[in-house]
Design a protein around this ligand. Structure first.
Ligand SMILES: Nc1ncnc2c1ncn2[C@@H]1O[C@H](COP(=O)(O)OP(=O)(O)OP(=O)(O)O)[C@@H](O)[C@H]1O
Ligand SMILES: [Mg+2]
Length: 449
C-alpha cells in the first residue's frame, strides 16, 4: 500500500544523504586546496630555516649532533614534515626519519617525488655548503582533508534524523483528524449518510472528503426516493386488492344472472387493473437509471407506430374512438425496440382512456427540422398547463373532474415511464395544446442523427 509517510521520508532522507555527501566532498577538496598552499609554504619555510641554520652552524664551525636539526622545525605534528640535510655533493648528512630514502634533488624549490611507492612533496633549499630538504607525504595531506570532511558528517546525519523525525511527527499530527473521521464513519449505522465533518481536516484531504459527502448526499436522495416509491407502490397495490375482495363478495352475493354477470365484469376489470399496475411497476423498475440498457439499434419509428396502433385498434373500437396512424416517410432512429413500443403504447393508452367516445386519435412518426418525432394527437380534455410538469411524477394522476370510468383505471405511472424511456434515448417529451381545436398533442423528439 502506498504510504505518504514512507515515500516522503525516503525522498527527504535521500536528498539529505546526497546533500551530506556533496557537502563533505566539497569540504574535502576545499580543505585539500587550502592546505596544499599553506603546507607548501610551510615546507619552504622549514627547508629555508634549516638551510639558514646549517649556514650559521657552519660559519661558527660548531659541531652539533645530527638529531638537533629538528630544533629548527616549526611545531607541526599533524603535518608530519620530515627534514634532511646534505653536503654540497648531495650526500645525506642528516634525516629526521632514516627509513625514508629521500632522493637528492639539486634544484631549489618544490618537487613531487615517489619514495618507496609513496608520493612525497619536497622543498629543497640550497645553502653555501649543501642542501636542506623538507618533505611531506601527499597521503598525510589527504588524511587531514579527509578528517575535516568526515567531521561534517555526524552533525549532518543528526540533522537528517531530526528532520525525518519532525516530518513524521508533522505528518501524523496533520493526518490525525482523518483517524477521527474514519472512526466516525466506521461507527455509523448503514442508514446514516450524514456528511463527514470537514472543518478539522487538513486542506489537502478536504476536497476528497467533500466529494464523498456529495456522493453520500446523492445516495441519500436516491434512497429516500426508493423508499418513497416502495411505500407508494404498496399503497397503490392495496386499493385494487381491496376492490377485488369487495367484488368477490358482490359476486358471491349476486343471485340472479344479470347481477352475477355485472359482478363478474367488475371483477374482471379489477383484475385487469391490478395486472396493469404490476406491469407498470415492473416497467418503472426496468427504466431505473441504474438498469442495464439494451444496445441501441437502427429502426424505423413508423414500424413502432404501426405495431402499437394495430394492437390498440380493438380497444379503440370498443370505446368508439377513431384511432388512426399517419405515416409519411421512413423515420430512422437508434433505439431499443421493446422500450419504444412501451413508450408509445403508454401514450396511446392515455389518449384512449382520456378521450371521450366519438373522439379521434392520430398517432404518427415524421421528421421535423431534421429530428425524428413521434406524436399522439387526441380530442380529449387535454392537460391543464399547471399540471403539465407533475403528470410526469410517479403515481400522479390528473385531478380533472371529467375523469370517465376508463380514465380511473390508471395508476399514474405511464408518463413517468414515457419520460424515463425517452431519456434513455436522448429524446424530449412535450405536452402541447392542439392548434385550433381542443385536445392534447404529445410529442417525443429524438436527437438528430
Ligand atoms: N391524453 C391525455 N389527455 C388528458 N389527460 C391526460 C392524457 N394523458 C395523461 N393525462 C393526465 O396525466 C395523468 C398522468 O398520466 P399517466 O399516464 O402518468 O398516468 P395514468 O394514465 O393515470 O396511469 P397509468 O398510465 O400508469 O395507467 C393522467 O392521470 C391524466 O390526468
Ligand atoms: Mg397512462
Amino acid at each position: 500500500m502506498l504510504s505518504i509517510e514512507r515515500t516522503l521520508l525516503r525522498l527527504v532522507m535521500a536528498a539529505l544523504l546526497i546533500g551530506a555527501v556533496s557537502v563533505s566532498g566539497t569540504v574535502y577538496f576545499a580543505t585539500l586546496e587550502e592546505f596544499n598552499e599553506a603546507l607548501d609554504a610551510e615546507l619552504k619555510h622549514v627547508a629555508t630555516s634549516l638551510a639558514r641554520y646549517r649556514d650559521l652552524s657552519d660559519a661558527s664551525s660548531a659541531q652539533r649532533p645530527a638529531g638537533t636539526g629538528r630544533v629548527a622545525e616549526p611545531e607541526l605534528e599533524d603535518s608530519e614534515i620530515e627534514t634532511f640535510t646534505r653536503d654540497a655533493a648531495g650526500k645525506l648528512l642528516y634525516a629526521s626519519d632514516e627509513k625514508v630514502r629521500m632522493p637528492f634533488i639539486d634544484s631549489e624549490g618544490l618537487t613531487r617525488v615517489s619514495v618507496g611507492g609513496e608520493s612525497w612533496i619536497v622543498y629543497t633549499a640550497r645553502h653555501r655548503v649543501g642542501y636542506a630538504q623538507a618533505a611531506q607525504r601527499v597521503d598525510s595531506r589527504r588524511a587531514i582533508a579527509r578528517e575535516s570532511a568526515t567531521r561534517i558528517l555526524p552533525p549532518m546525519l543528526l540533522l537528517a534524523m531530526g528532520i525525518g523525525g519532525l516530518l513524521i511527527y508533522g505528518l501524523r499530527l496533520g493526518l490525525r483528524p482523518l483517524d477521527a473521521a474514519a472512526r466516525d464513519v466506521a461507527g455509523r449505522s448503514a442508514r446514516s449518510l450524514a456528511p463527514i465533518d470537514c472543518t478539522r481536516l487538513p486542506a489537502e484531504i478536504t476536497p476528497m472528503v467533500q466529494a464523498i459527502n456529495g456522493l453520500m448526499a446523492r445516495l441519500d436522495d436516491s434512497m429516500t426516493a426508493q423508499r418513497r416509491f416502495l411505500a407508494d407502490a404498496a399503497h397503490e397495490l392495496r386499493s385494487p386488492i381491496t376492490a377485488l375482495r369487495l367484488q368477490l363478495q358482490l359476486l358471491d352475493r349476486s343471485s340472479d344472472g344479470a347481477a352475477n354477470a355485472a359482478a363478474r365484469a367488475d371483477l374482471q376489470q379489477g383484475v385487469d387493473r391490478a395486472q396493469r399496475l404490476v406491469e407498470q411497476l415492473l416497467q418503472v423498475a426496468r427504466t431505473e437509471p441504474e438498469a442495464q440498457i439494451a444496445p441501441m439499434l437502427p429502426l424505423d419509428l413508423g414500424s413502432i407506430v404501426r405495431e402499437v396502433v394495430e394492437a390498440a385498434s380493438a380497444k379503440a373500437e370498443a370505446w368508439q374512438l377513431d384511432l388512426g396512424a399517419t405515416l409519411a416517410e421512413e423515420v430512422p432512429v437508434l433505439g431499443d425496440r421493446s422500450q419504444l413500443l412501451i413508450l408509445l403504447n403508454n401514450l396511446v393508452e392515455n389518449a384512449l382512456r382520456h378521450t371521450p367516445s366519438g373522439g379521434v386519435i392520430d398517432v404518427g412518426a415524421e421528421m421535423r427540422d431534421g429530428r425524428p418525432v413521434l406524436f399522439v394527437l387526441d380530442t380529449g380534455p387535454g392537460i391543464p398547463k399547471a399540471e403539465r410538469e407533475r403528470v410526469f411524477d410517479r403515481f400522479y394522476r390528473g385531478g380533472q373532474p371529467a375523469r370517465s370510468g376508463r380514465a380511473a383505471l390508471g395508476s399514474g405511472l405511464g408518463l413517468a415511464i414515457v419520460k424515463a424511456i425517452a431519456g434513455q434515448h436522448g429524446a424530449v417529451v412535450e405536452l402541447l395544446d392542439r392548434v385550433g381545436e381542443p385536445g392534447l398533442e404529445v410529442r417525443v423528439s429524438f436527437p438528430r442523427r
